[in-house]
Ligand binder design. Structure first.
Ligand SMILES: Cc1cc2nc3c(=O)[nH]c(=O)nc-3n(C[C@H](O)[C@H](O)[C@H](O)COP(=O)(O)O)c2cc1C
Length: 272
C-alpha cells in the first residue's frame, strides 16, 4: 500500500493476536518514529517499549483495564523527555531553560508526532495500533512505574500487534467542517447540526453496541450522543480531577516554572 492508502485504511484495532513482533519490524517502527520532525531537531521525547507480560499486566491496570494491553505483544509509551537534553547541556556548560510549560508543549508535540509516525509505519507493515488516552489519566502511576526523572513525563501510549479483528473504518466529520479559508468562520446552529448529523447516529449506534457502555448510557438517562460525551464518557468532574493530577505532576517534574526567580526561591532544584 502506498502512504495515502495506509492512512485511508486506518482504523484502531482493539483485539490482537499474541504473536511477538519480529525485531526487524519493531526496529523499523521505532526508526520511523525517530524520523519525524521535531522542534529544533532536539527530539525531546523518549519511547519505552514494553513486551514483558507481567509489566503489561501492571500497565493494563493503570490504563483502566483495557484488555488490548494484555493481548498486544508490544506497548509503546511515548514520553516528553528534556532530561537527556538538559544533561547534555549541563555537561557542555550550557544552561538549559527548559523547565517550563512551553517546553512541555514542545516535547508533547514532538512525542505525538513521533508516535503518529510509528503508527503509520506499523500499519504499513500490516500491524494494528490503538492509542491509549488513559495515559494522561494515569500519569502519577506511570511516572512511578517507569522511574521517570525530572524533565520526563508521559505523553501517549500505543499498543501494536497483529489484528485479531477487521473493523470498518470509522466515518469522520465532513472535511468542509474542519477546513477554513483564510480565517476562522464560526458556524451557525444549522451548520453545527448539519456537521454532526451523521455522527449523531453513527456514534450513538456504535456506543450502544458495547453492552457495558450501553448499560451505563441507559442508566444515566442521556438522550443523545453529545450527552453521552458530556455525561458518560468525558465528564467535567473527571476532566478536572485528571487535570489536577496532571498539573501536580508537571509541577513535580519541573515543567511549570513561570517565575524568573524560581531557582532562587527553591521551587526547582538547580542541579536536578
Ligand atoms: C490520543 C488518543 C487517545 C485514544 N485513547 C483510546 C483509548 O484509551 N481506548 C481506545 O479504545 N481507543 C482510544 N483511541 C482511539 C480512538 O477512539 C479512535 O482513534 C477514534 O474513535 C477514531 O477511530 P479510528 O481510529 O478507528 O478511526 C485514542 C485515540 C487517540 C488519538
Amino acid at each position: 500500500m502506498n502512504l495515502l492508502d495506509t492512512i485511508a485504511a486506518h482504523r484502531s484495532i482493539r483485539t490482537y493476536r499474541p504473536d511477538p513482533l519480529p525485531p526487524d519490524d519493531l526496529d523499523a517502527i521505532i526508526h520511523a518514529a525517530t524520523r519525524a520532525s521535531s522542534s529544533g531537531n532536539m527530539q525531546t521525547y523518549s519511547i519505552i517499549v514494553t513486551k514483558d507480560a507481567d509489566r503489561r499486566a501492571a500497565l493494563w491496570k493503570m490504563h483502566f483495564e483495557q484488555d488490548m494491553i494484555n493481548e498486544a505483544p508490544v506497548l509503546l509509551t511515548f514520553l516528553v523527555d528534556w532530561n537527556r537534553m538538559n544533561r547534555w547541556c549541563r555537561a557542555r556548560e550550557a544552561d538549559p531553560g527548559y523547565d517550563n510549560f512551553l517546553c512541555f508543549l514542545v516535547g508533547f508535540a514532538d512525542a505525538l508526532i513521533a508516535a503518529q509516525n510509528a503508527a503509520l509505519a506499523a500499519e504499513s507493515l500490516g500491524y494494528g495500533i490503538c492509542y491509549m488516552g488513559t495515559t494522561l489519566c494515569a500519569t502519577p502511576q506511570l511516572v512511578d512505574f517507569f522511574d521517570l526523572p525530572l524533565g520526563v513525563f508521559p505523553a501517549t501510549t500505543m499498543v501494536v500487534g497483529k489484528p485479531a479483528e477487521d473493523p470498518e473504518t470509522r466515518a469522520r466529520l465532513p472535511v468542509e467542517s474542519i477546513v477554513h479559508e483564510e480565517r476562522y468562520h464560526d458556524f451557525d446552529e444549522d451548520r453545527i447540526a448539519q456537521t454532526y448529523r451523521d455522527r449523531e447516529t453513527e456514534g450513538w449506534n456504535r456506543y450502544m453496541a458495547f453492552p457495558d457502555l450501553a448499560d451505563r448510557i441507559r442508566e444515566s438517562g442521556v438522550k443523545n450522543l453529545a450527552q453521552v460525551y458530556t455525561t458518560v464518557k468525558y465528564t467535567r468532574e473527571g476532566n478536572i480531577r485528571f487535570s489536577k493530577d496532571l498539573l501536580e505532576g508537571l509541577e513535580r517534574h519541573g515543567f511549570l516554572n513561570h517565575d524568573d526567580d524560581a531557582f532562587n526561591t527553591g521551587i526547582l532544584p538547580r542541579e536536578a
